[in-house]
Design a protein around this ligand. Structure first.
Ligand code: NAP
Length: 384
């Protein structure tokens, strides 16, 4: 890997691409907060997007929020996914591009390609397995040749799951062989919801789920060996005693990301693979009825283009308020946290090695970073 240093040709350590987006603005704030921290001095950074005016506004707002007027003079790079030359110019200037432009299935590939061709490392917050695995299939060799890291899912999908398993493995007394994670989110009095782009990623991901199966066949992977007892699959809807509510399989990229990491650790470092399954809590009977109704409607509509455009146009209606065009307010975000259910208790670890991840993991996350973003939901933390 090339060293993380800048030069006159490559003046920025970090470029935040998509800085005007709902998530991009939070990333800008976080980069602005942390770029001066740490030993070794200051990180140089820039914001990028397709509208200079909107980027200026974001810098102005961030300068006000953080009371750092100097942020108004952060450099701006104008780049549009639809204009490959502008992407090449952007990528030549940065050591790392943080790509916040999604849905990634529509906008991600040109950015990955431009990064590889122009020697910039790439990080995104994608939660779409088709995109993540598709990029690995198409660009792994080229990225390796050029010494470029392409790192997806560095957000709620799927840092907690992926890093949480490694953390748990290191803390666990004995050999960790399987993990189940249960996600529950509690909102504050302001309620909570997800943002439109995440809703759209879900719609198109669901509509195209058959492509994921054919993509996976192309890798030609042998199944990973099962160490310890085989992790039993739960049903599509079940009552979870662990979180004392109904639960369903988690539809994001967690399982895909964890599987890739476990395969990498097994194949490259001869580490014993850990089985993993991700679930999310639904609530009580009323919530289940609502979810079944919404789920059936979603399943029917997502199959047809007219249905998909209805879903895209009316996120609040079809998700029963779980997603909206505006996304959650800042207040909602900071009052919305994954729940901490119980104390770590070795009694809950069945058959010597299986572990329910939610507890230790959420504790760790809350200690490290305070409340998580209410959008709830960011991968692969090694070279592809
Ligand atoms: N993994 C996670 O935990 C997690 C969390 C949050 C979000 N996400 C994902 O992150 C992605 C972004 O979400 P969001 O809610 O921030 O979306 P958003 O608010 O719609 O922002 C999209 C961004 O993309 C930019 N953009 C759109 N088309 C472009 C183009 N042709 N060229 C350059 N920039 C373009 C937009 O710029 P303009 O301002 O010019 O329109 C905007 O900055 C989604 O895929 C979402 O699913 C993941």
């Amino acid at each position: 890997m090339s060293t993380v240093s800048t030069s006159s040709n490559r003046p920025y350590h970090i470029i935040v691409f998509g800085a005007t987006g709902f998530t991009g603005q939070f990333v800008v704030e976080e980069v602005a907060r942390t770029c001066c921290e740490g030993p070794g001095g200051t990180l140089k950074w820039a914001v990028a997007g397709r509208s200079r005016q909107r980027l200026e506004k974001v810098l102005l707002q961030t300068a006000e929020t953080l009371s750092k007027p100097q942020l108004k003079s952060v450099e701006i790079i104008v780049a549009d996914v639809a204009e490959p030359e502008s992407l090449a110019i952007m990528c030549k200037q940065g050591v790392i591009v943080l790509n916040c432009v999604g849905p990634y299935r529509f906008y991600g590939e040109p950015v990955v390609k431009a990064c590889i061709e122009n020697g910039a490392h790439y990080i995104d917050i994608c939660g779409e397995p088709q995109f993540l695995e598709g990029m690995q299939l198409s660009y792994h060799s080229k990225a390796q040749e050029n010494g470029v890291y392409i790192i997806g899912s560095c957000g709620f999908d799927s840092i907690p799951a992926d890093m949480g398993i490694l953390y748990t493995r290191d803390q666990f007394k004995g050999a960790l062989t399987a993990v189940e994670s249960f996600l529950t989110v509690s909102t504050g009095p302001e309620g909570g919801c997800g943002h439109d782009a995440t809703w759209q990623s879900a719609i198109y991901g669901f509509a195209d789920s058959s492509r994921l199966r054919s993509l996976r066949k192309k890798f030609g992977h042998k199944p990973l060996p099962v160490v310890g007892s085989r992790l039993k699959k739960r049903g599509p809807l079940f009552f979870s005693n662990e979180i004392e509510q109904y639960a369903v399989p988690f539809m994001g990229s967690d399982a895909s990301v964890v599987r890739r990491t476990q395969r990498y650790l097994y194949e490259e470092h001869e580490q014993s693979p850990i089985q993993y399954a991700a679930y999310t809590g639904v609530g009580g009977v009323c919530s289940v009825v609502k979810m079944l109704f919404a789920g059936m409607m979603f399943w029917l509509l997502v199959k047809f283009s007219i249905g998909r455009s209805l879903l895209v146009q009316f996120p609040e209606l079809f998700s029963f308020g779980l997603f909206s065009k505006n996304g959650p307010s800042k207040k909602q975000i900071f009052l919305c946290v994954p729940e901490d259910h119980s104390k770590p208790n070795h009694d809950v670890f069945p058959d010597g090695g299986n572990l329910f991840l939610h507890d230790i993991l959420w504790r760790r996350l809350r200690r490290r970073s305070g409340p998580l973003a209410g959008q709830t939901q960011c991968q692969d933390h090694h070279p592809n």
